[in-house]
Ligand binder design. Sequence first.
Ligand code: PGA
Length: 254
Amino acid sequence: MRVPMIAGNWKMNTTVSEAIELVNEMRQGLDEIDNVDRVICPPFISLAPVKELLRGSSIKLGAQNIYFEEKGAYTGEISPLMLADLCEFVIIGHSERRQYFNETGEIVDKKVKAALKVGLKPILCIGERLEENEAGRTEEVLTEQLSSSSARIYYFSGLILAYEPIWAIGTGKAATGKQANETIGFIRQHISKQYGKGIAQDVRILYGGSVTAENIAEFINQPEVDGALVGGASLKAAQFLSIVKQTSGIRQVR
Ligand code: PGA
C-alpha cells in the first residue's frame, strides 16, 4: 500500500524562531489532511523545538542528513542515534550533498544502512545531471545510484525514494509530469526486476525539483508518482499547504 507523501526540505533556511513561526503557520491546516503523509525537514537545530511544537499533531518530522557512525570523534557530525528519538525520516544522498560535500555512492549507502539500523526511514535521493540527461544516460545513472549490494534490505525497511533530476532542483525548470512518470516507472521496473514485483509495488517514489502549488497536480496525476519532495515552496506556508491539499484531493492510497 502506497500512501502519498509530501515532504518539505527546508535546506539551510530558517533560524530556530523562524522555524517555529513557520510550523505555527502551517500546523493547523496540515493537521486537517490525513490521507497524505506530511513530513517537514527543518535544519538539525530546529528538530527538538519543532518536535515539541508538533506534540499531538500528525505531521511527521525528518532530518536532512546524517553521519553513518553511531558516536565518537567526528566533530560537528550528527549520528543516527541522536536522531532516532527526534524524528522518523531522514533525507539521504541529496544531490547538494553529493555535489558540495563529496558524498559518494559508498557514503550514501553507509548512511542508508546506519539510518535503517536505528529505525529511521531514509528518503533516498537519486537523479541525473543535465549533461547526463542530454546524453541519454539517465537510466544508466539511476541504475548506478540504485546499485548497492545491500539494496534489497532497503526496500523491505520502509525506504522512500525521491527522483530529483539535478537540472530541476531550485531552477524553476521542473520536469514535466510525463517525464517524471516515465523515469519513476523505470525505477520501479528496475526494482521489480532486481527484487521482485511485490517490493516494487510497495516502494514509494517521490518526484522532486521545482515543485510548486502551480505544478503539483501535474505530478500527482501520474500513476507512478507517489508524492513530492519540495524545497523552496515548502518554506511558504500557503504554498506547502496548497501542495498537500491538492495531493489529498487527487491521490488516494494505491
Ligand atoms: P526545489 O528543491 O523544490 O527548491 O527545487 C527540491 C529539493 O532539492 O529537494
